[in-house]
Design a protein around this ligand. Structure first.
Ligand SMILES: Cc1cc2nc3c(=O)[nH]c(=O)nc-3n(C[C@H](O)[C@H](O)[C@H](O)COP(=O)(O)OP(=O)(O)OC[C@H]3O[C@@H](n4cnc5c(N)ncnc54)[C@H](O)[C@@H]3O)c2cc1C
Ligand code: SF4
Length: 568
């Protein structure tokens, strides 16, 4: 179907936001609420809240293959099918078919893409944690890479601001390096987790087991209910889209808030090709767009441009934006654009069974677990590697069936829950390395004639060393908690599979070694802001998206103040 404009003659806006995922939704909301006419460009299809969640209320038996993708369909997802638990019949429509969007793997890179309106805000795991000065100061203290140009105090009010609107459930735990936020009540730990918490905190001073901090409503505010959002129903079906708006997504939260202002124009199926830079004016004037369906090209113009196409999407656009002034890509005087690519490393930890509490069960289908914040290289702890890791944990009482059971035997067995099983799964910081990078292919193009990205990144010695502790520490904590049958795992995953890709257009103090200044402005093109994961100077060990939200809201506020002063 050809693309329709709300008003086809209208191609001048106050602001353009590229990408409608977690960070782009925030940029659009903030700019609209501050009175700017905003064009939100999205490369993927339109996804309407509730209407376009076709499987949201489906049961496992509603799927023709009980959730598993048939082999013929898997062929269209060669990257995602490397890790089948990420791909199933219930959610495949929220991920792009890899075969349609090829890239070059100089080194293995598992790039998981939700290219649609709402981006990965529909598919994310919703763990929402703050970074701290342990993270912001690490590079400069250790002499790694470059210093962050901001500190926790710069971001703290913006974390407050985004948490209040997004709705984060969690408890205030008073841990310096995992700062508390504005939380709605936490989802309760179950009896085994309470027991494990006590064991860990008494055996290992400095280690804590805390409630998951997650973007789920447990006590919605009037602002949230006015947007049509409701408390989480404990269904654990979030990856199919939430018809209650129980978790934070662009569809449930930021986009309706932006629309309420009357200032938002959204344009799905619009692939941003590049930013238009005017050498004489020394600023960007707009963007070039390719229609996803018709392949027609079009230009849109604005006073400020926010790139929120996800880390590699925004970096692609910067690299593809060449001009007389910036022959190596927009803002790339330093030559670091595309470099210092990071992802967290994971797939490592331990699990065990708990033999008590056989008369107890858990409440509902809680869509989260618990968290053990980083304790390595914190305070006096000193390891033979830099940085650290946290654990995401979960306890279940799975059914007591075995694959051999059939008929009545299977039904009887399914009625009795098995023993409690707890898993601790580590998520760890990766250092920023210059040679971990992406670049544009000079040979391979996609179906729109755009150069493909070449991926070239790998984990190194520091990450390898850390994983020994990630296995051993998990096992020793379960042991201290009285768990039995403890098994450990250390399953290296492809770079990218943690889906926390970040870096490649980092923030810094100087255009000599960074792309963005402390307000996320592109050096030399100050009316262009990049407020997604591309801007990250280091990766921390915590899940990153809350930080992108805070950075996007902060930069939008700054941009509008600068526009009012006539500086942009
Ligand atoms: C299964 C899963 C679990 C996750 N769990 C967590 C978690 O628990 N906690 C956490 O913090 N993070 C988690 N993440 C990561 C999180 O989803 C991302 O960090 C976050 O969505 C990044 O936000 P973003 O705005 O940068 O990108 P996205 O949300 O990916 O949005 C980018 C948007 O830009 C669009 N776009 C791209 N290129 C162009 C272009 N050229 N022109 C126009 N539009 C374009 C895309 O279509 C997309 O809609 C998870 C992700 C997944 C998939
Ligand atoms: S568990 Fe909660 S947030 Fe997830 S889909 Fe159900 S109601 Fe929505």
């Amino acid at each position: 179907m050809p693309l329709k404009d709300p008003d086809p003659s209208q191609n001048f806006f106050d602001a353009i936001v590229v990408g409608s995922g977690i960070s782009g939704g925030w940029a659009a909301k903030e700019l609209c609420e501050k009175g700017l006419k905003v064009l939100l460009l999205e490369r993927g299809r339109s996804v309407e809240h509730i209407v376009d969640y076709p499987t949201a209320t489906s049961k496992p038996w509603d799927f023709p293959h009980r959730g598993r993708m048939p082999l013929k369909d898997l062929k269209e997802y060669p990257i995602m099918s490397r890790s089948r638990n990420k791909l199933n019949e219930a959610t495949a429509h929220f991920f792009v078919k890899d075969a349609d969007h090829p890239y070059v793997e100089e080194k293995r890179f598992d790039w998981i893409r939700s290219w649609q309106e709402g981006g990965k805000s529909i598919t994310w795991g919703r763990i929402a944690l703050r970074m701290s000065d342990l993270d912001f100061e690490a590079n400069v203290k250790e002499g790694i890479s470059i210093d962050w140009p901001i500190r926790y105090k710069d971001l703290a009010p913006w974390y407050d601001y985004v948490e209040k609107f997004a709705g984060i459930s969690g408890s205030r735990d008073g841990i310096d390096h995992l700062p508390d936020g504005i939380f709605q009540p936490p989802m309760p730990l179950n009896c085994v987790e309470e027991e494990l918490k006590e064991a860990i905190e008494s055996h290992f001073p400095g280690r804590y087991l805390i409630h998951a901090r997650q973007a789920h409503l447990t006590q919605p505010t009037p602002e949230q209910t006015e947007l049509g959002r409701a408390s989480c129903q404990y269904r654990n079906m979030c990856s199919k889209g939430c018809p209650y708006g129980g978790y934070f997504s662009s569809q449930a939260a930021t986009l309706p808030a932006a629309r309420k202002t009357g200032n938002l124009t959204t344009r799905p199926d619009s692939i941003v090709h590049s930013v238009i830079y005017d050498d004489k004016k020394q600023k960007a004037t707009g963007v070039r767009v390719i229609d996803r369906q018709t392949h027609e090209t079009k230009e849109f113009y604005a006073r400020v441009i926010f790139l929120n196409a996800s880390a590699l999407g925004s970096t692609f656009i910067l690299m593809n934006s060449v001009s007389g002034r910036f022959p190596q890509g927009l803002g790339n005087d330093s030559g670091v654009l595309g470099h210092y690519l990071m992802d967290h490393h994971f797939g490592v930890g331990a699990s065990g069974t708990y033999e008590g509490f056989k008369d107890k069960y858990h409440f509902g289908r809680r869509p989260n677990g618990f968290y053990i914040p980083r304790f390595r290289n914190v305070g006096k702890d000193q390891r033979d590697y830099l940085r650290g890791f946290g654990y995401e944990g979960n306890t279940k009482r799975p059914r007591n069936t075995s694959p051999e059971d059939f008929g009545i035997t299977m039904k009887n067995a399914a009625a009795i829950p098995g023993p409690w099983v707890t898993e601790l799964s580590g998520f760890a910081e990766t250092l920023p390395y210059f040679d971990n990078h992406v670049r544009l292919s000079d040979k391979q193009k996609d179906q729109w004639g755009l150069p493909q990205l070449v991926m070239s990144a790998e984990y190194k010695e520091n990450e390898r060393k850390m994983r020994k502790d990630m296995v051993n520490d998990a096992a020793e904590m379960l042991e201290a908690g009285g768990f039995k049958h403890i098994t450990t795992f250390d399953d290296w995953k492809g770079f990218g599979l943690c889906i926390h890709e970040m870096g490649t257009a980092r923030m810094g103090h100087s255009p000599k070694d960074s792309l963005l200044n402390r307000h996320n402005q592109v050096w030399g093109a100050e009316n262009v802001f990049v407020t997604d994961g591309a801007c990250m100077t280091s990766s921390s060990a915590v899940n990153p998206s809350l930080t992108y939200m805070a950075l996007a809201a902060r930069a939008a506020d700054f941009a509008v103040r600068e526009m009012k002063k006539g500086n942009l």
